[in-house]
Design a protein around this ligand. Structure first.
Ligand code: ZN
Length: 64
Protein backbone atom coordinates (compact mmCIF):
# COMPACT_ATOMS: atom_id res chain seq x y z
CA UNK A 1 0.00 0.00 0.00
CA UNK A 2 1.36 3.39 -0.91
CA UNK A 3 2.27 5.72 1.86
CA UNK A 4 2.08 9.47 1.85
CA UNK A 5 4.64 11.93 3.09
CA UNK A 6 4.07 15.32 4.66
CA UNK A 7 7.27 17.31 4.78
CA UNK A 8 7.13 20.24 7.15
CA UNK A 9 9.78 21.99 5.09
CA UNK A 10 7.11 22.40 2.41
CA UNK A 11 4.84 24.03 4.91
CA UNK A 12 5.23 27.75 5.43
CA UNK A 13 6.62 28.31 8.90
CA UNK A 14 9.06 30.57 10.64
CA UNK A 15 10.51 27.84 12.78
CA UNK A 16 12.45 26.08 10.04
CA UNK A 17 10.82 22.83 11.08
CA UNK A 18 12.16 19.77 9.22
CA UNK A 19 9.76 17.14 10.46
CA UNK A 20 8.48 14.60 7.97
CA UNK A 21 5.48 12.40 8.65
CA UNK A 22 4.94 9.21 6.68
CA UNK A 23 1.99 6.86 6.70
CA UNK A 24 -1.38 6.34 5.13
CA UNK A 25 -3.15 9.50 4.05
CA UNK A 26 -5.41 9.31 7.10
CA UNK A 27 -2.51 8.84 9.49
CA UNK A 28 -0.45 11.61 7.99
CA UNK A 29 -3.39 13.98 7.93
CA UNK A 30 -4.13 13.33 11.60
CA UNK A 31 -0.51 13.50 12.76
CA UNK A 32 0.29 16.54 10.67
CA UNK A 33 -2.78 18.37 11.92
CA UNK A 34 -1.82 17.66 15.52
CA UNK A 35 1.74 18.71 14.82
CA UNK A 36 0.66 21.92 13.11
CA UNK A 37 -1.52 22.79 16.10
CA UNK A 38 0.93 21.88 18.85
CA UNK A 39 4.12 23.11 17.21
CA UNK A 40 3.07 25.80 14.77
CA UNK A 41 0.07 27.25 16.54
CA UNK A 42 -2.36 26.53 13.73
CA UNK A 43 -6.03 26.05 14.40
CA UNK A 44 -7.32 22.61 13.53
CA UNK A 45 -10.24 22.55 11.14
CA UNK A 46 -11.28 21.76 7.59
CA UNK A 47 -9.10 24.55 6.25
CA UNK A 48 -5.96 23.22 7.88
CA UNK A 49 -6.72 19.69 6.71
CA UNK A 50 -7.22 20.89 3.16
CA UNK A 51 -3.91 22.70 3.32
CA UNK A 52 -2.15 19.62 4.65
CA UNK A 53 -3.75 17.36 2.06
CA UNK A 54 -2.45 19.73 -0.60
CA UNK A 55 1.13 19.20 0.53
CA UNK A 56 1.05 15.41 0.76
CA UNK A 57 3.36 13.60 -1.60
CA UNK A 58 3.56 9.96 -2.42
CA UNK A 59 6.43 8.28 -0.69
CA UNK A 60 9.35 7.64 -3.02
CA UNK A 61 9.28 4.00 -4.01
CA UNK A 62 11.82 2.05 -1.97
CA UNK A 63 13.65 -1.12 -2.81
CA UNK A 64 10.70 -3.44 -2.40
ZN1 ZN B 1 6.58 21.37 11.73
Amino acid sequence: MGRMVADCRDFPSETGCTLTITGTEMEVLQAAAEHAVSTHGHVDGPELRTQIRGMLKEEAPSSR
